[in-house]
Design a protein around this ligand. Structure first.
Ligand code: ZN
Length: 499
């Protein structure tokens, strides 16, 4: 049997699993069919993986490339508040990794100039490239935000990032041109004679396109932009005789849902945007971080992550590094949000904008304390019981995903936006992710071995399903996750764990 000894990861940000499977089955992806063995996927193993909680880029991409959940790898979302000052000498620091948030332009650029996300990633969770290096393999990463341990990293240029994300009209860059530029750089690298054992091609354009045009636009983008670019990649790999014993992983970090692109449904904080969330904190005498650079000289910080928001509260007699007091610091804020949501208190425009308010008691149980659903008047219910009693919410594996996300980097409260009514945290968009719904949580995770025969395919499918099945059972019976990409890949490539 010919086992794979080389890996190409095709990482398509934001691609919904149902869109991918439908387009493949309909014969719309001829180049991807070369990888997976036709529209039936004869050379492939599909896994029904879920994104992280929140179902958002930086948390999920970190899970894909470390094989760990956010509670372990330490990146809880696109925005976070590092109350411990892990990479800032103990000084608490707000981080906004996602491009496009004017509160955090510097961070978004530093992701690609300084490897900010790789720095923030826990040093105790090795990446695919670090594990590969320990097993004697070389690696190259195109445009991805996490490349710690890779031999070669080519990030997008700053001008490209700016034109892609901020540009309007003449300065704007279409998502397809951005993805094409990524492939140009990658192919130049291969044409220069490099033959990395591990290669990651990161397509960011589909997610961007879907935010602007809604998830219904994904299928055309996948067919018209991504699949032809995959064809270019396959040609280059063939030209350099790299296709033999080559394992492919097709993966996405999350999906998207349709939301309403107006001011009422996009919940934001502070200057220069609406101050709507600030009113809730003001009513409690709390100063919300709503002016750029203000943190940590404030009492509360909200990290907006699409469908979910992390709310960090300071121990009002202590420091940010101290867990806030449950009764004095946490419960009053949870109650205020409940009053806002149910009765329009403090901010009438946000009535019915939330679907769920989660709290934890870090004061008594530590940062790993379980999140519970706040029901009002100080009462709470275990999250698993609550979602079991509310199937109409349409959440997938919510209790396990929230449990595996919790750490000192997650909020003292987690707010879930009422996405079913079109609400979300962030600027107005047509497509959003971050929540716990099928649409934004179901991700693509497909292993494919195009140069294989029947024996290898059977081995691959058994190895993938056994590896993931064992791990899900070990972790409380959770469902498969994007965090299972790395362990399954390691099993297929015969990696020994990094020591
Ligand atoms: Zn993403």
């Amino acid at each position: 049997m010919q086992k794979p000894n080389r890996l190409v990861v095709i990482d398509i940000d934001g691609l919904r699993r149902d869109v991918f499977r439908a387009a493949l089955e309909a014969g719309e992806l001829p180049n991807i069919e070369h990888i997976v063995g036709g529209r039936e996927g004869r050379k492939a193993c599909h896994v029904d993986a879920l994104s992280t909680a929140p179902s958002i880029t930086f948390a999920a991409q970190a899970s894909i490339f470390t094989g760990q959940h956010p509670g372990t790898h330490g990146i809880p979302g696109n925005e976070t508040f590092d109350r411990l000052g892990r990479i800032s000498g103990g000084k608490p620091r707000h981080l906004g990794f996602d491009v496009g948030d004017t509160l955090a332009v510097d961070d978004a650029v530093r992701v690609f100039t300084d490897g900010l996300a790789s720095q923030f990633l826990s040093a105790d969770t090795p990446t695919l490239y670090e594990i590969g290096a320990a097993n004697g393999l070389t690696s190259a990463v195109a445009y991805h935000m996490i490349a710690r341990g890779a031999d070669s990293w080519f990030p997008p240029g700053i001008a490209e990032i700016a034109r892609f994300t901020k540009g309007k009209g003449a300065l704007g860059m279409e998502a397809g041109a951005y993805d094409g530029g990524m492939l140009d750089d990658l192919i130049d690298y291969l044409d220069a004679g490099h033959r990395p054992d591990l290669l990651t091609a990161y397509f960011m354009g589909l997610d961007h396109h879907s935010h602007a045009h809604g998830p219904a636009s994904q299928r055309d983008y996948l067919r018209d932009v991504i699949d032809p670019q995959v064809g270019r990649l396959l040609s280059a790999l063939a030209r350099h005789r790299m296709l033999t014993n080559l394992l492919f992983v097709l993966v996405s970090d999350h999906g998207q849902i349709s939301v309403i692109p107006d001011d009422r449904h996009s919940i934001r904080i502070g200057f220069p945007f609406d101050r709507e969330l600030s009113h809730v904190f003001e009513a409690l005498g709390l100063d919300l971080h709503d002016v750029p650079g203000e943190a940590p000289a404030c009492d509360a910080v909200v990290a907006l992550n699409g469908g979910l928001a992390h709310v960090y509260l300071q121990h009002r007699q202590g420091r940010w590094a101290d867990p806030p007091r449950y009764k004095e610091d946490v419960i009053p804020v949870a109650e205020a949000f409940t009053q806002m949501n149910e009765h329009g208190a403090y901010e009438s425009s946000l009535q019915s904008s939330l679907e769920m308010i989660l709290v934890r008691d870090a004061e008594h149980e530590g940062w790993q304390a379980a999140y519970r659903v706040y029901l009002g008047n100080g009462r709470t219910q275990p999250l698993a019981d609550y979602v079991a009693a509310h199937p109409e919410l349409g959440y997938v594996d919510a209790a396990n995903r929230i449990r595996l996300a919790g750490s000192a980097m997650t909020g003292d409260l987690i707010l879930a936006a009422n996405g079913r009514e079109g609400f979300y945290f962030g600027a107005p968009l047509k497509g959003v992710h971050g929540g716990l719904y099928h649409g934004d949580s179901e991700a693509v995770l497909t292993f494919a071995y195009p140069s294989s025969g029947a024996e290898e395919i059977a081995w691959m499918q058994e190895t993938v399903h056994a590896t993931i099945g064992d791990r899900c059972a070990d972790e409380g019976g959770r469902q498969p996750s994007v965090a299972d990409m790395l362990p399954a890949t390691s099993a297929l490539l015969g990696f020994q764990p990094k020591t």
